[in-house]
Design a protein around this ligand. Structure first.
Ligand SMILES: Cc1cc2nc3c(=O)[nH]c(=O)nc-3n(C[C@H](O)[C@H](O)[C@H](O)COP(=O)(O)O)c2cc1C
Length: 180
């Protein structure tokens, strides 16, 4: 029997959990966890993220019109959880998640990130309790010890956390090739 599911999005998880950096280094800086993140287009390179309307991140992206998407390894899971369960309005999250200035944007990236997309706001869609921000990726970089351009992440060396709601987080699990 198929179960009727009210929270449809549970069906689309597990999804990788990233950190969104917003604000401007030297002024206001914030990070929030986000798993509702998706590539959209290659030319120009566009990425989308759904951000809750009440979040501090929303306020900062609206104001500074830049953001970063940061990939952290499983070992940094606590930083992701921390940034996803508190608001930067109440707490300075840079006590736990260390910022560095972006190369092409003034928004913060995460010092410990193994992958970073630096984005300039391209467009946004108001969608009830969320805003879907589309960012143009101005530069993207990944740690060469665990990533190469041809094959992507070396999952034998690095584990990227996947969020699965009440069941917590998973690693990427064992690598498997699809049959062609
Ligand atoms: C694993 C995880 C994934 C999350 N994904 C999203 C997301 O995609 N979009 C979103 O708006 N909030 C998401 N959240 C919740 C925000 O991170 C959370 O509301 C945060 O406190 C907002 O922080 P801010 O007010 O400092 O911006 C997620 C939380 C966790 C723990």
């Amino acid at each position: 029997m198929m179960l009727e599911v009210k929270k449809f999005y549970l069906i689309l998880h597990p999804r990788p959990a990233y950190l969104i950096g917003s604000g401007r280094v030297g002024e206001k800086v914030n990070f929030m966890a986000a798993s509702w993140v998706t590539p959209i287009a290659e030319e120009p390179p566009l990425v989308g993220v759904a951000v809750g309307v009440d979040s501090y991140t929303r306020e900062l992206i609206d104001f500074y019109r830049e953001f970063t998407v940061n990939v952290l390894p499983m070992e940094k899971l606590n930083s992701i959880y921390y940034a996803g369960t508190r608001s930067g309005r109440d707490e300075d999250k840079t006590k736990i998640v260390k910022p560095v200035k972006g190369e092409k944007v003034q928004a913060p990236a995460v010092e410990d990130a193994i992958g970073v997309l630096e984005c300039r706001l391209y467009s946004s869609v108001e969608a009830q309790d969320a805003i879907f921000y589309v960012g143009e990726v101005l530069t993207a970089r990944a740690d060469e010890r665990v990533f190469d351009e041809r094959r992507g992440w070396d999952t034998a060396r690095v584990d990227i956390p996947l969020h699965n709601w009440g069941r917590g987080f998973y690693g990427l699990g064992r690598f498997q090739m699809a049959k062609s």
